[in-house]
Ligand binder design. Sequence first.
Ligand SMILES: C[S@@+](CC[C@H](N)C(=O)[O-])C[C@H]1O[C@@H](n2cnc3c(N)ncnc32)[C@H](O)[C@@H]1O
Length: 277
Amino acid sequence: MRHGDEAVADQHQPASAGIDASIPHSARIYDYWLGGKDNFAADRAVAEALVAAIPTIRSMAAENRRFVHRVARYLVGQAGVRQFLDIGTGIPTRPNLHEVAQQIAPETRVVYVDNDPIVLVHARALMVSTDEGRSEYIHADLREPEKILQDPALTGTLDLDQPVALTLIAILMLLKDADDPWGKVRVLMDMLPSGSYVAITHPTGDFDPEAMAAAVASASHGGMTLVPRSRDEVARFFDGWELVEPGIVPVLAWQPDDGAPSDPHAAYYWAGVARKP
Ligand SMILES: C[S@@+](CC[C@H](N)C(=O)[O-])C[C@H]1O[C@@H](n2cnc3c(N)ncnc32)[C@H](O)[C@@H]1O
C-alpha cells in the first residue's frame, strides 16, 4: 500500500473485530510495557505480574525494539537487503521496521505477519509505504508457515528469487516446543534464496534463572505461553547459516550504537543474525 492511503487503523475496534479483552495477549502486554494504549485490564494484570518477576522487563522490551532498528539499518545499509518478512510484528510502534528500512532504501518491500486480531486492526498503519517501496500485512500464524508463503500478499510483494530478511523478533518464546518452532522456522528459511538473512531475538533464563522462572510462572498463571530458551536452543534456529558478527549474543551487545554496554546481561534476550550461504 502506498503513502497517502487512508490510515484509519489507529482506533479501537469493537469486539466484533475478533478481539477478546478478557484474555491476555502478548501484543497488548508488550504495548503496555512500551507505553501504548492498546491494552485491556487482563493484559495489564499479566504485564504487571511479569514486572513483579522482572522489574526491568519494560526496558527490556524497549531494548528489543532498539534491536529491530539496528538490525534493519544493518540489513539494508550494510547487507543490501531490500525485502523483509517480519513475523510477530506486534502493534505498530514508530518507527516501524519498514520506516527504518525505507529511510535508507525507499524501494524496500516489507511483509508483516501476525496472528492477533488487534494487530490486524492496525494493519493499515503498518501499510503506509514510500511510493517506491511496498508494505503489506498478512493475518496468519507462524505455526502454519506454508499458508504464509502461499498468501497472495507475500507472493505479490516479495520476489523469492532475491534475498529476503526473515525477522522473528520476540515471537518464538510464544511457541511451545510441541509446536516445533525450529521446524516451522526452517520451512520459511528453506524457501529463501542464498544471500537471505534471519534475525532472531529470544528471551532466556540463562542470565537470571530465578527471575525468568518467576516470569514463566506468572505468565502461566495468566494463561499465557512463555518459553525462555538457552543459548544452545536459540543457536539451533540458525543451523547451517553463517552468523553475522558478533554472533549470538545478549541483545544489548548486538552491534550496539553506543559502544559496549556496561552490563550486556541486563536485558534477558539472546539475539543473532545469520546469512544463508
Ligand atoms: C512480544 S510481541 C513482539 C512484537 C515485535 N516483533 C517487537 O519485537 O517489537 C509478539 C508478537 O507475536 C505475535 N504472535 C504470537 N504468536 C504468533 C504466531 N503463532 N503467529 C504469528 N504471530 C504471533 C503476537 O500477536 C505479538 O504481536
